[in-house]
Design a protein around this ligand. Structure first.
Ligand code: NDP
Length: 436
């Protein structure tokens, strides 16, 4: 449901629509060739790295087996049930109602924030299934044994979902939907990849927010649990579990619930506020997050050796430090924006808002990214230095954060003009104080 502003109520002429949805002229990821290469490379990468880490994992090399849902229905049915089940819970479970950021036409979308009730229900169902199946948990066994096959199904599903969102962005009555500024180039492949429509919705169901936090993030949690279950039942015959595997489940479980429970924070982030929903986000949310963020757990699920107390303590301390920086800096910015910290030094901008340049936000322009990156490193360290493959995550995350920082800098420099130059002089470091 949109909160209508004065402009939104006016009848739309084609001129108004051109202004509302200008043509994209700046291209990211190397434009059309880059989008094409990433679309082909990233899905293959997720399958190959999983296969490399757990060589015994089975999957069919016949792509038509997965493309034809009648032949691979034992994979499609559970995945669709998972996706649709979460969507139904998202629609019916209680939550508070919040408005997103003001859109280009002056309207605001209403979002239902119910991460708490959804998480509570999932934990309840898992606990009941543990009781009923006497710890056998066939759904976790299925997830573990069909890991790579389900990875392939999510790639295809992301492909179909992105195609659906792209096509529907052209189908409208009276008024064109708001398009993403970056996804309206006219190049089919590029716009499909970046995402053409800003907020694709079916009724009040917001596809982008749902995909960001539910089917992928919670599948990541389940995959980690399936690894723990496999290690306990199959590798150790109910007699114990690898301590590093317990740790990664705890650390990542904490991070996942922290994200799902604080979902309103996402409403102002660029993924929701400015990015379109195309293959990049669909694949990132539904495949990349669950099937590559769980690599440490997959690797540890077949490792016999424990880490020992000292290493466990070191890794936990690193995660705690990263989380402290990440959480308290994000909270400080949010509190400051709500006017709760007037004593902190800031720069008054021409736009009327203030740029904080004190405390955490005096150390670097994105000190929160540094905390988040330390968290990623602590997860990789759970596999110690046995394989370089699990460190892919910290490397990938560093690239993601660098790219994000550059996009944000471009956006802020356009938005704040000379005030941003003054801010950069006051806070010269981008992410890591005294380093970068
Ligand atoms: P930031 O939280 O750094 O937000 C940037 C925005 O905040 C700017 O566009 C500007 O918006 C405002 N801003 C920037 N500097 C200041 C300042 N000094 N004072 C006041 N306002 C300021 O970045 P993100 O939204 O990208 O990230 C949020 C969190 O999410 C981070 O902790 C990040 O690590 C995490 N994250 C995690 C990912 C994952 O996959 N795990 C992926 C991406 C992010 P405005 O002008 O509108 O005020």
């Amino acid at each position: 449901m949109a909160k209508q502003s004065k402009t939104a109520g006016k009848s739309s002429s084609s001129k108004e629509q051109t202004v509302l949805n200008p043509r994209t002229t700046k291209f990211e990821f190397g434009g059309f060739p880059g989008a094409l290469v990433l679309t082909l490379f990233l899905p293959v990468f997720t399958v190959l790295i999983n296969k490399q880490l757990t060589p015994d994992a089975v999957f069919s090399t016949d792509p038509f087996y997965y493309l034809n849902p009648c032949r691979s229905k034992e994979l499609w049915i559970p995945y669709l049930a998972w996706f649709a089940g979460l969507a139904v819970f998202d629609l019916i479970l209680p939550g508070k109602s919040m408005f997103g950021t003001v859109l280009r036409d002056g309207t605001q979308l209403r979002y239902k924030i119910n991460g708490i009730s959804n998480s509570f229900l999932l934990i309840l169902v898992l606990g009941m299934r543990w009781q009923i199946t006497d710890g056998q948990m066939p759904e976790l066994v299925f997830l573990y044994e069909h890991h790579i096959e389900l990875n392939i199904i999510t790639i295809l599903f992301a492909f179909y979902l992105a195609t659906y969102c792209y096509v529907r962005s052209f189908i409208y009555v009276n008024r064109e939907p708001i398009l993403a500024l970056g996804g309206n180039s006219g190049n089919v492949v590029y716009d499909w990849f970046i995402g053409r429509e800003l907020n694709p919705r079916v009724g009040c169901f917001d596809i982008k927010l749902f995909c960001e936090l539910r089917p992928g993030m919670l599948l990541w949690l389940l995959i980690n649990l399936s690894c723990l279950h496999h290690n306990y039942v199959v590798e150790n015959n109910f007699s114990g579990v690898n301590d590093a595997l317990v740790l990664i489940n705890l650390l990542q479980g904490f991070y996942i619930f922290d994200g799902v429970l604080n979902e309103e924070g996402l409403l102002t982030m660029m993924d929701i506020a400015t990015d379109g929903f195309g293959f990049m986000l669909a694949f990132g949310d539904l495949t990349f997050v669950p099937f590559t963020y769980s690599l440490q757990a997959r690797f540890l699920s077949i490792q016999p050796n424990d880490l020992g107390r000292q290493r466990l303590a070191l890794i936990t301390a690193l995660m705690a430090l990263g989380y402290y920086i990440f959480h308290s800096s994000n909270k400080q910015k949010s509190d400051f924006k709500q006017g709760k910290l007037p004593q902190l030094k800031s720069i008054q901008t021409q736009r009327g808002t203030k740029l904080l340049c004190d405390s955490w936000w005096g150390m670097s322009q994105h000190i929160n990214y540094f905390g988040d990156w330390l968290i990623s490193l602590s997860w990789c360290l759970t596999t110690w230095f046995v394989t370089p493959l699990t460190y892919y995550y910290s490397i990938y995350f560093a690239v993601l954060l660098l790219h994000r920082q550059q996009r944000d800098e471009e956006k802020c420099s356009e938005k704040y003009g000379r005030d941003w130059v003054t801010y950069q002089k006051r806070v010269p470091y981008k992410i890591i104080p005294y380093v970068y």
